[in-house]
Design a protein around this ligand. Structure first.
Ligand SMILES: *Cc1c(COP(=O)(O)O)cnc(C)c1O
Length: 397
């Protein structure tokens, strides 16, 4: 909603229940809790799936690295900012996800913008899942290639697009795990369609890496897909790994090309070296402490079973992203506030982040939580949800 007159724009957002407000948050007294306005809440909204963001060993790693080499990298990677911690992390990330090479970016948003702009431009085209993360959609739009979206998780719809002749290159972008819905893209079918039509496929697995797949290597591992099937993989380091930053991994020539041409890589200061050192330590913990992933997924299962028993309407998602769709933006805000009164932080996700009429409570599960937290949330949800959800409850009863 463009707001040439900010005051009027803000009033319109407010009237529609769409104004965003930041809250100042502090860590609570135990993992999995946050303090908001002095009130301790159980955190069902962060993307800290493995409960690593507040791990004291990572804090130690960050402090040690900062004392050794300072906090700032001082320049971009191609000037003097590329330190041994960055380089070691890139090698480790490439090995972790079974790819030839990996390239660090400061954020996932920048990784996606850089990737698309480096690989396609005028005369090419970008095809994207309709429900892709905003950073992928922006990446497609800003690349100046022709841009089209296909129906959500619909490989046949993608294929119909691919069948239409195009002059230049085609880049296909999809979330691995969809960030607001938690479902997994039909990656084998998407990969096959891209292969048939000589399109380049990139998967952004921000919410899959560290969490799903037999050993936590994400949605590609879950589907048994390698670099030959999905050439480019984007991962973020601020979610399951509890740190900060992002990477793109794939065949060496493609990554080398990104080093030459990805503007969001070239023209920005390299991550603080202590952040890279911390992420390396986080990868160690994620691999060594597989109980974290197992616990996060077991709590996800517990949430689903409890919610089903309580008659709450769930989506088919089996990942730790468990949206409870309310529909109306104001009703979702009211439900979120009522949960907060009961000690639970579940942020209301509203348009334009999700489609109009599909506002939701986006519940995320984490290894930092325990069974009692999950059972408590289910009971609170059953109390506070509006009519449509309670109807579902009556039907289930
Ligand atoms: C969070 C997210 C990003 C952005 O990553 P940042 O490192 O937070 O900028 C990109 N893609 C997807 C799918 C995400 O969920």
């Amino acid at each position: 909603m463009p707001a040439p007159d900010p005051a009027a724009g803000l009033a319109a957002l407010e009237a529609a229940g769409l104004q965003r407000r930041r809250r100042v948050v502090e860590p609570g007294t135990r993992a999995g809790t946050l303090k908001v306005d002095g009130l301790e809440l159980v955190d069902f909204s962060s993307n800290d799936y493995l409960g690593l963001a507040r791990d004291s060993r990572l804090a130690q790693a960050m402090g040690d690295s900062a004392r050794r080499e300072g906090v700032g990298s001082g320049a971009s990677h191609l000037v003097t900012g590329h330190r041994s911690a960055h380089h070691a992390l890139e090698e480790r990330l490439a090995a972790w996800c079974g790819r030839e090479q990996a390239l660090l970016f400061s954020t996932g948003y920048m990784a996606n913008l850089g990737l698309a702009s480096a690989l396609v431009g005028p005369g090419d085209r970008v095809l994207e899942d309709r429900l892709n993360h905003a950073s992928l959609l922006d990446a497609g739009l800003l690349s100046r290639a022709r841009f089209a979206r296909y129906a959500h998780a619909d490989s046949a719809a993608l294929e119909r697009r691919l069948e239409r002749a195009a002059g230049g290159r085609t880049l296909v972008l999809t979330d691995g795990v969809f960030s607001m819905d938690g479902d997994v893209a039909p990656l084998p079918d998407l990969a096959a369609a891209c292969r048939r039509h000589d399109a380049l496929l990139a998967v952004d697995d921000a919410h899959g890496l560290g969490v799903i797949g037999a050993t936590g290597r994400g949605s590609l591992e879950q589907h048994g897909l390698g670099q030959e099937d999905v050439p480019l993989l984007v991962g973020t380091l601020g979610k399951a790994l509890g740190s900060f930053g992002a990477f793109v991994a794939g065949p060496a020539p493609l990554i080398d090309w990104l080093i030459q041409r990805a503007r969001t890589y070239l023209y920005t200061t390299a991550l603080p070296p202590p952040v890279a050192a911390t992420t390396l330590a986080a990868l160690d913990l994620a691999e060594r402490e597989s109980w974290r992933r197992e616990r996060c997924l077991a709590l996800t299962q517990r949430f689903r079973e409890g919610a089903q028993r309580a008659g709450l309407a769930l989506t088919p998602s089996v990942t730790p992203i468990q949206p409870v769709i309310v529909g109306d933006a104001k009703a979702t805000l009211a439900a979120s506030a009522a949960l907060q009164d009961r000690g639970f932080l579940v942020v209301a996700i509203r348009p334009p982040t999700v489609a109009v009429g599909s506002a939701r409570l986006r519940v995320t599960l984490s290894a930092a939580l325990d069974e009692a937290d999950v059972d408590g949330l289910v009971a609170a949800l059953a109390e506070v949800l509006p009519a449509r959800q309670s109807e579902a409850r009556h039907h289930a009863a």
